[in-house]
Design a binder for this molecule. Sequence first.
Ligand code: AKB
Length: 327
Amino acid sequence: MGKDIKKRVLLTGSLGQIGSELAFALADRYGAENIVTSDVREDSHGILEGAGTFTELDVLVKTDFDSIVRDNGIDTIYHLAALLSAVAEEKPQMAWEINMEGLVNALEVSKENGCSLFVPSSIGAFGPDTPLDNTPQDTIMRPHSMYGVTKVSGELLCDYYHMRFGVDTRGVRFPGIISSKTLPGGGTTDYAVEIYYHAILYGSYTCCLKAGTSLDMMYMPDAIKASIDIMEADAASLKHRNAFNVTAMHFDPEVIAAEIRKHIPEFTMDYEIDTVRQAIAESWPNYMDDSAARKEWGWLPEYDLPRMTVDMLKELGERYGRGELEL
Ligand code: AKB
């Protein structure tokens, strides 16, 4: 597989946490000449250089969205442009506009141009009435956050476009994504990335979620693998299509801190709770059942917490000059 699969791909939100790494993985897999990256912001630091052609795109301007797809002969869209949970709670109307109107444009453009469409959903699609332990693939979903409302609505809309218009929509419910390369922005799970940076740079961290708050998480290489694998999966094997539960590990702040202490014994952590993030986190699964993804398209993560921690500390240690760590 790989080079023999031909795709012409457009990514929206390419300067975000997932986009800025997925772009390079897609360029590697399908050839940089077949990738168009886009974002509402200019790529002023050349972050996406080498990962195809960059173009500015505000996903709310449908005519621009459509022209880019047509002019570049795009057949696959990764629609990543969205606001994350904490920032969506601060700006709910803007979140609805970007997350939903942007998605409607992505769906319409896909319908009109015969594109396959990847849309990430999230653990944020669940709510406090959901069974929070071993959260099933198909269960009650009544999120209390605006982010969650847009994610559930997005899942339903993607299902609708598939059933009604035959658009090849696919997606996963991502947990918190951890990466040594790019920082997330405005999410509830961001602490699990920041903690590694603070451990390396300062030896201490002030956590915004309470001890005992368990959430699903995933290391970026697995998130990228999931995004590519589901789009390459045989359509005949997919019963769910939009929004498969996918997870690689789950932990609370105490567990990740203890894992870091195995390598940096002097690392300390205290707490200063962000009530908005805490309320959101408490309404999200403690851990999900991702057996449907495993069965229908072979989802299998490679990184658990110990393996990810070694990799994160190695990468960040090299970057910030902590080469003496015991890894
Ligand atoms: C967030 O915390 O908002 C995201 C997510 C889990 O969707 N990382």
